[in-house]
Design a protein around this ligand. Structure first.
Ligand SMILES: O=C(O)/C=C(\C=C(/O)C(=O)O)C(=O)O
Length: 304
């Protein structure tokens, strides 16, 4: 089957800059994807976008270019519950990748054990209406109770404004939770406004980890000035700084390569690395964010 990329969907940045910020040894990119290639790993019929092909070779080349040590691949909606492209990449990583899968409620325990042995450590629940048609809570609860005995967690992706409606459901789930992209705050609101305060309180009251990722999705001020001055996504900075300051032991970072569904600009992944010291301002915060926290969560056997 031939797949045609969604119109005006930008490809990933072709020649990412070499970061000025030197990532510490052991850095984990905890949020990235592989897409296709469609000829080998067809995209899901129920998908709401068709990405460009973005395979494991390009992902691992970016990993090495940026100075990253390990990846956590996250199943994206364009592949539905067919995790084969991600499993292929994990298998090829020589132990340097883990995965977060999408599964259906009828999955068996044996199938879950097989996924665990293939490097999967959690499942993803997606609530963005532009990405999925439904997220039936009874089915998600069934999945949550099936994965809890494996010690997995649940990665949740939702719009900040929807937390009020979703919070009780999240709090009742029987596993740790990892929030994608800071719960997508509205960066036009003050960082101490009611919505983000609700998010911080939710994080404080529950076993919740937060990815301080995707400023490029959240920012209204946009990428660095064309003159090369480093002013990347400055309106998203207070949100990342606040989460890191309040929860230094439960924050994670990721590139979100190949950055699906971006239409007005595509971030230079090298500058996304240079964005890190703007939100994690001390070496201790940086090491926890980039190495200690993701290693404890995804490679606990490697924690000294
Ligand atoms: O890649 C991301 O994390 C963000 C997006 C896409 C998905 O998460 C997905 O398709 O599963 C998005 O915001 O469009």
């Amino acid at each position: 089957e031939q797949f045609t990329k969604t119109p005006d969907w930008l490809d990933w940045y072709p020649n990412p800059s070499k970061p000025r910020f030197a990532l510490p040894q052991g850095t984990v990119d905890t949020h990235c994807h592989v897409f296709g290639p469609g000829a080998t790993f067809p995209f899901a019929p129920e998908r709401k976008y068709t990405p460009c092909d973005a395979g494991k070779d390009q992902l691992f080349a970016l990993r090495d270019h940026l100075g990253i040590s390990r990846n956590v691949l996250v199943q994206a909606t364009c592949h539905g519950a067919d995790n084969s492209a991600m499993l292929d990449a994990i298998d090829a990583s020589n132990g340097r990748a883990r995965g977060i899968a999408t599964v259906r409620p009828d999955i068996t325990h044996d199938e879950l054990v097989q996924l665990h042995n293939s490097g999967i450590r959690g499942v993803r629940f997606n609530f963005l209406k532009r990405l999925v048609n439904t997220s039936p809570k009874d089915e998600l609860r069934t999945i949550a109770h099936k994965i809890a005995p494996l010690g997995w967690h649940i990665v949740i992706y939702f719009e900040g404004a929807d937390l009020e409606e979703l919070e009780a459901f999240f709090a009742a789930l029987p596993t740790p939770l990892v929030v994608d992209h800071m719960g997508r705050p509205d960066t036009s609101q003050p960082v101490d406004g009611p919505d983000f305060t609700r998010f911080l309180r939710f994080t404080d009251k529950n076993d919740v980890w937060v990815k301080v990722s995707c400023p490029e999705r959240l920012s209204l001020t946009g990428p660095p000035a064309l003159n090369g001055e480093l002013r990347p996504y400055q309106d998203a900075v207070p949100f990342g700084r606040r989460v890191i300051a309040e929860f230094p032991d439960r924050v994670l970072w990721g590139t979100d390569w190949p950055h699906p569904n971006l239409k007005d600009h595509m971030p230079d992944d090298g500058l996304l690395v240079d964005y890190i010291p703007l939100i994690a301002e001390t070496p201790d915060q940086q090491h926890k964010l980039l190495v200690d926290n993701p290693t404890r969560l995804y490679w606990p056997g490697d924690v000294a």
